[in-house]
Design a protein around this ligand. Structure first.
Ligand code: GDP
Length: 434
């Protein structure tokens, strides 16, 4: 198996479906397609063709889309067959293709990998594309398109370029300090710009939590004493918000989790209700897990039947924000000691709770570009650290070296920015040392 094989795969979803798309990429893509449908002329055209086996028997009829490299998703010659979406059609066409020499099934991610290797996508765009395909909520989709369509890469590229330009100017000052054609005062401006870039980077990093929450979900733990109405509330929230993604027993036996789509935000709801059914020793473990769940959450809903004394105080959930909820409003009158009073049974007050959750999660992401992978964050923090050193080091040559390190950390995020190439570009615009 080599990178020069021609690969194919079913690129559309589960069969049966109206249409199935088989994508073919590599040096033999056109040849393989022509074996099935006869001559293909031109590129970037949709052709209605009949697919036949070598013995002339019919396979299917469908559209054939031709993309000559490098103007294709992978950068190679690509063909897309849009066929009738049955298991049998896809199986028969796949069998024909895989019988051809140097044509084989693609491995997972191989099309994107080739796109990356051929410079069609950088790493941030590949990650964005993966997130876009996996997106289940509106906000996940928005975050993924921000990232996947080049905006974020462009930002890192610009930063790397600014840092490299600053470094070039500093090095020029070092190397040519005695010569007349170097404006000696450039360094003030250079460091001012590096300082403001540091601020931009710090702001960007501080948005990471928002990105993570949008991508992986906003964790809400429902806690409170037995019979406070935790399970009933969880069911009420899950039942009305039809877009439930999963309902699974959590990692622990006694913590249940439901994924909700609240106004386009993924909200992961954890119910710690199981603890009351446990035996003594197990109950203690259950309580411990309930507390752990609460501490790991982004928001805790602390429930109590209106008027009762709560079994869990605010202190026990550490720094996690808490909404105190008085339950069973249909039995009691509202009390001001709670943030929200509601009845999970009648639904009264539920919308206020939904709005309160959405308001908290939406405040974490303003729709701007944010890092949303630990990998990106690691390199951003590395870059930020190097810039900080550059701003604070006393020695000019070391300061320049920190700038180089920062630019190359940023370059590693996209896997594309070659700092030395940037340097050539910048130096070529200088009059010094021609
Ligand atoms: P948990 O132990 O905190 O999970 O509490 P449950 O959700 O199991 O509820 C305990 C009892 O309270 C059950 O009998 C529920 O039917 C009842 N309950 C829960 N919510 C309400 C409510 O809003 N109004 C009324 N009247 N009863 C409720």
């Amino acid at each position: 198996m080599t990178g020069t094989d021609t690969i194919f795969a079913l690129s559309s979803g589960t069969l049966p479906a109206g249409v199935a798309v088989i994508r073919l990429s590599g040096p033999k893509a056109f040849e393989a397609a022509e074996t099935l449908v006869g001559s293909l002329t031109g590129s970037r055209k949709a052709l209605l063709r009949t697919l036949k086996r070598a013995d002339g028997s019919l396979l299917d009829q469908g559209l054939v889309l031709c993309f000559r490299g490098p103007k294709s998703f992978t950068g190679e010659d690509c063909i897309e067959f849009h066929l009738h979406g049955s298991l049998a059609v896809v199986a028969a066409v796949s069998a024909e293709l895989s019988a051809m020499p140097e044509v084989r099934f693609a491995e997972a991610g191989e099309f994107s990998r080739r796109a990356f290797e051929n410079g069609k996508l950088d790493l941030v765009e590949v990650e964005g594309l993966a997130d876009l395909i996996a997106a289940e909520t509106e906000m996940q989709r928005r975050l993924a398109v921000e990232q996947g369509f080049g905006g974020q890469s462009e930002l890192y590229m610009q930063w790397a370029e600014r840092l490299t330009r600053a470094r070039a100017l500093i090095e020029a000052e070092l190397d040519f300090a005695d010569e007349d054609d170097v404006p000696g005062s450039v360094s003030d401006q250079v460091w001012r710009d590096v300082g403001s870039l540091y601020e931009e980077l710090t702001n960007h990093i501080s948005g990471a939590r928002g990105g993570e929450v949008i991508r992986d979900g906003f964790k809400v733990a429902i806690t409170g004493p037995p019979n406070a109405g935790k399970s009933t509330l969880m069911n009420a929230l899950a039942g009305r918000d039809i877009a439930i993604v999963t309902e699974i027993a959590g990692t622990t036996r006694d913590v249940l989790q439901v994924d909700l789509d609240l106004d386009g935000y993924l909200v992961k709801l954890f119910d710690t209700a199981g603890i009351r059914e446990s035996e003594d020793r197990v109950e203690l473990e259950g309580i411990r897990r309930a507390h752990l769940t609460a501490q790991g959450a982004d928001l805790v809903l602390l429930l109590e039947e209106i008027g009762a004394t709560s079994g869990l105080t605010d202190d026990e959930v550490g720094t996690v924000p808490v909404i105190r909820i008085g339950t069973k409003l249909d039995r009691h009158s509202a009390a001001s000691s709670y943030d929200i009073c509601l009845s999970a049974e009648t639904g009264e007050g539920l919308q206020i709770l939904r709005d309160a959750i959405v308001q908290r999660v939406s405040s974490l992401w303003a729709g701007s570009l944010v890092p949303n992978r630990t990998r990106q964050l690691r390199y951003l923090e590395e870059a930020s650290h190097s810039i900080h050193e550059a701003l604070n080091d006393g020695q000019l040559d070391l300061r320049a070296e920190h700038l180089r390190a920062a630019a190359s950390s940023l370059g590693r995020i996209t896997g594309r920015v070659d700092v030395e190439q940037l340097l050539d570009l910048i130096f070529s615009q200088f009059c010094i040392g021609k």
